[in-house]
Design a protein around this ligand. Structure first.
Ligand SMILES: [Zn+2]
Length: 69
């Protein structure tokens, strides 16, 4: 009996989409199910990190408006 060495594969939940994801060496995006899900997670992290709260739109100057006075 000579079976090839196999890595144990586990099915985990993808943190991005919540679907089944193969947690194994053949899945380079683990614990995500795909590159897309991995990218989505990184994008969400980046956008939250770099978000700058703006009080007013930059191309609308609220000052010197006669309607507000
Ligand atoms: Zn996914």
């Amino acid at each position: 009996m000579s079976e090839p060495q196999v890595f144990p594969e586990r099915i985990v939940r993808c943190p991005a989409c919540g679907k089944d994801s193969v947690y194994a060496p053949r899945n380079p995006y683990r614990p995500f199910c795909s590159a897309r899900c991995k990218g989505i997670d990184l994008g969400a992290w980046a956008s939250e990190n770099f978000r700058v709260p703006t009080e007013a739109p930059p191309d609308e100057a609220p000052f010197d408006d006669p309607k507000l006075q």
